[in-house]
Ligand binder design. Structure first.
Ligand code: AMP
Length: 354
């Protein structure tokens, strides 16, 4: 992993009056660009050939760079160009997926908002579970052996991108049948997780190390295909429905019962507290806990995303929660730029960059 001191020495040479906020053109780039501009920064979007038009059309970027493939960002000359422009990269879901967590950790020397040590913790299911357990979150039960399946489980394969390729099974026999159909080798790793029935909430938090505060900025529900389509036809399809998949296709806004907000905040605080113990200085900036709330009003958490999530795109103009915290439209993208601005003012940029 590129050492923190190496990134910070690059940062020390930056012209702090000419910072450029840069990201890859996908996922949450529009709000990141707008947020940077709203906070007075120059901004840049790095687009794969053929995707530039969207970013040009909205007119939100001062500079649109085109690359042939995403991994070009890791090339030495490309990185030197970004560094010469005093670029701070903002990671998002597609950014991490396209460049890969390992390559970001080991090859990307451009200063990035947040703590890159988190990438290893959120991309490894075992480590992520350890983190969530230490944060005292309630987790779905996991089965080590398919023979033990005694309730509905969701089978998660590591290669399954965005919930595509997950399968459901209610007993060992059903699991074996479906596993065989997928023609996977026995060595293929998978996680057998209890399928939690309830209502989903994906709260979007922001941890500010400068203020030492966890802010609840917004919340969404992922709109997933084909499971959300099957739900509309459940009475008609009955037993003949296709295998459900959980591919995110959009996001729906939601607010939560006010009496549940203290628990939502407490979960965010605990995740931050344990992240500091596990990979100091812990999570910096945006993160999200994927949860299901049961009929007993308990939150069962099944994943942490330790970066800006796409559900925040609903709230480019602020959310019901961010409006209580800020007297101006505060998206997560803008909140990131605000933290960088405050850090520059306090001469503590290295506290929020790694
Ligand atoms: P993930 O890849 O873990 O983000 O999961 C993708 C989607 O699968 C989620 O957004 C949920 O709709 C669903 N899901 C994942 N794990 C569970 C679970 N344990 N119980 C119920 N639904 C789940």
């Amino acid at each position: 992993m590129i050492h923190q001191s190496e990134i910070h020495s690059i940062l020390d040479d930056y012209d702090q009056k000419r910072i450029t906020i840069a990201t890859i053109g996908s996922h949450t780039a529009l709000q990141i660009l707008k947020g940077a501009r709203d906070e007075g920064f120059k901004n840049m979007v790095i687009c794969k050939e053929g995707t530039e038009d969207l970013y040009r059309q909205f007119g939100l970027a001062d500079e649109v760079l085109t690359i042939k493939k995403y991994t070009q960002v890791l090339e030495k000359t490309f990185q030197e160009r970004l560094i010469a422009q005093n670029a701070i990269l903002i990671p998002h879901g597609s950014f991490v997926e396209y460049l890969s967590p390992i390559k970001i950790e080991n090859e990307l020397a451009v200063p990035m908002f947040g703590n890159r040590k988190v990438l290893g913790w959120e991309s490894d299911r075992g480590k992520e579970r350890e983190w969530m357990e230490r944060a005292e979150l309630k987790l779905p039960r996991e089965f080590k052996d398919p023979k033990d399946i005694d309730r509905l489980v969701i089978v998660k394969f590591p290669g399954a991108k965005g919930g595509k390729g997950y399968i459901l099974a209610s007993n060992p026999y059903e699991f074996e049948q479906k596993h065989k159909e997928l023609e996977l080798s026995d060595k293929e790793k998978f996680t057998l997780q209890e399928y939690v029935i309830g209502t989903r909430f994906y709260p979007h938090y922001f941890y500010s190390p400068l203020k030492d505060r966890v802010e609840l900025l917004s919340m969404d529900i992922r709109y997933e295909s084909n499971i959300d389509g099957i739900a509309r036809l459940s009475y008609i399809l009955q037993d003949s429905h296709p295998e459900p998949s959980f591919v995110v296709t959009g996001n729906l806004p939601v607010v939560i019962r006010e009496s549940l907000l203290p628990r939502v905040l407490e979960m965010g605080q605990k995740v931050i507290g344990t992240s500091r113990e596990l990979f100091s200085p812990g999570v910096i900036g945006p993160f999200c806990i994927e949860t299901v709330c049961t009929e007993d009003l308990e939150f069962i958490a099944f994943e942490i995303s330790a970066r800006i999530v796409a559900g925040t795109n609903l709230y480019i103009n602020g959310s019901p929660y961010s409006q209580l915290l800020y007297q101006e439209p505060m998206s997560t993208g803008r909140r990131i730029a605000r933290e960088i601005k405050e850090a520059l003012k306090e001469q503590s940029l290295s506290e929020v960059i790694y």
